[in-house]
Design a protein around this ligand. Structure first.
Ligand code: TRH
Length: 368
């Protein structure tokens, strides 16, 4: 199968993060010939350093990457066209699709809301004769599922068992020996922070510092700049570089506690099987809080952890430090760890989105 995947980087890294992961699943997992169209190669290069930002066309990890500019290069559509998040392929490309009639998918944003199940897979007939199908990621078997590579559990478990490799990795990221030793030998919690600017990061830093044993907090460059002015006795704040996606997974797998955001890092933190806080992407009219609650309703968390998750996404974090102290301290912490493992194990039973999407497209192609 030859697939064109279209990605417009609206903001941040999630759009390309999801598309790059999907492109690799289809190319490496299913042997598809994938062409990935991306409008912002600078953002792409931050999560995949093999990408050359100035190249009009290039091949990385057996995936053809096209810099999607205006006018778009005139290329023949493949068997499958996947547009991510309703990003609209170029008009000339759609005109060419009218001749070849590829399977056409709109990959939607992730949501735990119940209506997603009834919309997943629905066709939309266009006036020009083409049909677009809506494909929804999700948390149940009636959706497209979540991206999860087949070897993930084994790779993660081996990594989590290999303290030497973890230490070498953290040292390579610039984590000082003293911070490492604090985590390994003095009972400090190792946390990561990848959040939006409005996150109450300084308050959370206070809560981490107050933990028995304190904490080491790893923060990618540019994230939560206010932390640069924070100095607390119980907390080492360490700036780390942006890393390629596979290394970002390793980071999430080794930390005790991850604070993540958006869509892709949220799913990847869940796959770590460890407690995490999710900062959902804010939308107008607080629509995102409905989505957050829909997800919380599916995730059996101890009450203080649930309250902390809600507070982390609230404009008012007044109760946050007290909630963090309760959720990160014993015995809630142990219950949260167990809940994170249970959720991960349950979700791992569902098919991978790469497979469900590939199967869906293959079926559609038969009816072309
Ligand atoms: O960057 P995000 O906030 O992206 C978003 C936004 O919510 C966006 O509006 C929405 O359209 C999109 O998600 C789906 O957060 P997210 O989704 O977690 O994406 C970050 C990506 O960056 C993810 O693929 C992981 C990757 N990443 C690295 O590869 N290395 C790193 O060092 C870091 C910090 C992230």
């Amino acid at each position: 199968m030859r697939a064109d995947v279209f990605c417009r980087v609206v903001d941040n890294y999630g759009d390309i993060g999801v598309c790059w992961r999907l492109a690799r699943r289809l190319a490496h997992g299913r042997g598809w010939q994938v062409r990935l169209w991306v409008d912002d190669l600078d953002a792409f290069a931050r999560i995949e350093p093999e990408v050359a930002p100035a190249a009009a066309q290039q091949t990385v990890q057996r995936i053809e990457i096209v810099h999607w500019r205006d006018p778009a290069p005139a290329l023949e559509p493949g068997d499958v066209v996947i547009e991510a998040f309703a990003c609209d392929p170029p008009p000339a490309f759609i005109a060419a699709m009218r001749a070849s009639h590829p399977a056409w998918i709109n990959l939607e944003y992730l949501s735990a809301e119940a209506w997603v199940e009834s919309c997943h897979g629905l066709p939309s007939q266009r006036a020009d004769g083409l049909v677009k199908h809506f494909f929804f990621p999700g948390f149940t078997a009636a959706t497209g599922g979540l991206i999860r590579e087949p070897g993930l559990s084994a790779e993660r478990d081996a990594w989590q068992a290999d303290a030497g490799a973890q230490d070498a990795f953290l040292t390579r990221l610039g984590v000082p020996g003293a911070a490492l030793s604090r985590w390994r030998n003095q009972g400090a919690r190792l946390a990561t922070l990848f959040c939006y600017p409005q996150a109450p990061a300084a308050d959370m830093a206070q809560a981490l510092a107050a933990l028995p044993g304190g904490a080491v907090l790893l923060v990618p460059q540019g994230v939560a700049p206010a932390l640069d002015a924070v100095a607390l006795a119980g907390l080492d704040i360490v700036r780390i570089p942006f890393v390629p996606q596979p290394d970002f997974d390793r980071l999430l797998w080794l930390a005790d506690f991850n604070m993540v955001r958006g869509e892709d890092s949220f799913v990847r933190a869940a796959w770590a099987g460890r407690p995490f806080l999710w900062q959902i992407y804010a939308q107008d009219d607080a629509v995102h809080l409905t989505k957050l609650d829909a997800w919380l309703a599916r995730y059996d968390l101890p009450a203080p952890a649930r309250a902390l998750m809600r507070a982390w996404n609230d404009a008012d974090f007044a109760q946050g430090p007290a909630l963090a102290a309760a959720a990160l301290g014993a015995p809630v912490w142990q219950a949260w760890q167990a809940a994170a493992r249970a959720w991960e194990e349950r979700q791992a039973q569902l098919p991978d989105l790469g497979d469900t999407l590939a199967d869906f497209c293959t079926e559609l192609s038969k009816t072309r």
